[in-house]
Ligand binder design. Structure first.
Ligand SMILES: [Mn+2]
Length: 279
C-alpha cells in the first residue's frame, strides 16, 4: 500500500464499515493507457465536493470510512496483479462495503472474485458502454475487453446483468444476449430482473465510459452516445434497496482530461455509492 491523499472524510485503513481500495492496474489498455493514475486523482478531486449528499440526506462524516490505499502492483503480471487485488479487496469486504477504484476494467474480475469469496451467490451488475465479453482480445485471454467472459466462465453468465451497453462486436452481442441474465442499452433495471436480484448480494462494476464522453472525456475507450451524469445518478439511486456489497469505478484516465471533470464525476459517484450501500 502506498501513502497519499485519502478519500474525502476517510481515515487510513484497515477497518471501516466502508472501505476504499485503489487498484492501479494498467497493463492491457488498447486505446490509450494511464488509468494507473486514476485512484489518486479521484481521491484528490473528492476534496472538491461536499461530504453531504442532499439527495440522500446522508453525510460521509457519519460513516466509518477507511481508505486502504493502493494495492502495490509494480512489476506484477496480470495474474499476479489480479490475485493481489482480490486478496486485498477480500480483506476490505471482511469489514463491510468495499469500493475499488481502478485501474483498467480488468480490475472488476478481481473485485468479483473477492466478492464471491464472501458471498458465493453474488450477482454482477455492470454499467458500461462496452460488453467486454470477448473470448480473446489482441492475444490476451484476460484483459479489459474479456473480463466479463472470464466472470461468466468462472461463475455463470446467468449471474451477469449489463446496463448502458452501446458497443461490442456482433459475436459479443450474440453471446451476451443469449447467455447473460440481461444485456440492455438502458440504464434502468427492469422490474422482473430487479425481483430476481432482490436479497441477493450484488457487485456493481461501473466503467466511467457508461457516461457520455462529453460528460466524462477522460477514459480509455470513449464511446459516443452515453448517459448524462444526472441519468446515471438516477439509475444508481434506483438501485437502493438492493443488497450491493461491493462496487468498483474503473477506466478513469486523468491525463486525457485536464479539467478533471471525469475524476470529479467518479468521486461524486463514489460518495453516493458509499452513502447508499455502506451498512
Ligand atoms: Mn467500457
Amino acid at each position: 500500500m502506498s501513502p497519499g491523499t485519502l478519500f474525502l472524510a476517510a481515515r487510513p485503513g484497515p477497518g471501516g464499515r466502508a472501505g476504499i481500495l485503489g487498484a492501479p492496474l494498467d497493463l492491457t489498455e488498447s486505446c490509450r493507457a494511464g488509468t494507473r493514475a486514476a485512484a489518486q486523482r479521484i481521491r484528490a478531486l473528492s476534496h472538491s465536493i461536499e461530504t453531504y449528499s442532499p439527495v440522500l440526506d446522508l453525510d460521509l462524516e457519519d460513516l466509518d470510512l477507511a481508505d486502504w490505499g493502493d494495492v502495490d502492483l509494480a512489476g506484477r503480471s496480470m495474474d499476479a496483479a489480479l490475485a493481489a487485488i482480490e486478496a486485498a479487496f477480500a480483506a476490505v469486504l471482511s469489514h463491510g462495503f468495499g469500493l475499488l477504484l481502478g485501474g483498467e476494467h480488468t480490475v472488476a474480475l478481481a473485485g468479483f472474485r473477492a466478492v464471491r469469496r464472501h458471498y458465493p451467490d453474488a450477482a454482477l451488475i455492470q454499467l458500461d458502454a462496452h460488453l467486454d465479453i470477448r473470448q480473446q482480445y489482441e492475444g490476451e485471454a484476460i484483459c479489459h475487453a474479456t473480463w466479463v467472459n472470464r466472470v461468466g466462465e468462472e461463475f455463470g453468465f446467468g449471474n451477469v446483468v449489463q446496463l448502458g451497453i452501446r458497443s461490442g462486436t456482433r459475436e459479443e452481442f450474440g453471446r451476451a444476449r443469449r447467455d447473460c441474465l440481461l444485456t440492455s442499452f438502458d440504464l434502468d433495471l427492469p422490474e422482473p430482473i430487479r425481483e430476481q436480484l432482490a436479497g441477493r448480494p450484488i457487485y456493481l462494476s461501473l466503467d466511467i465510459d457508461v457516461l457520455d464522453p462529453g460528460t466524462a472525456p477522460g477514459t480509455g475507450c470513449p464511446e459516443p452516445g452515453g448517459a448524462t451524469f444526472r441519468e446515471l445518478l438516477r439509475a444508481l439511486y434506483a438501485l437502493r434497496g438492493l443488497r450491493v456489497v461491493g462496487a468498483d469505478i474503473c477506466e478513469v484516465l486523468p491525463d486525457t482530461d485536464p479539467a478533471d471533470v471525469t475524476a470529479v464525476a467518479a468521486a461524486k459517484i463514489a460518495r453516493e455509492l458509499l452513502l447508499m450501500f455502506a451498512r
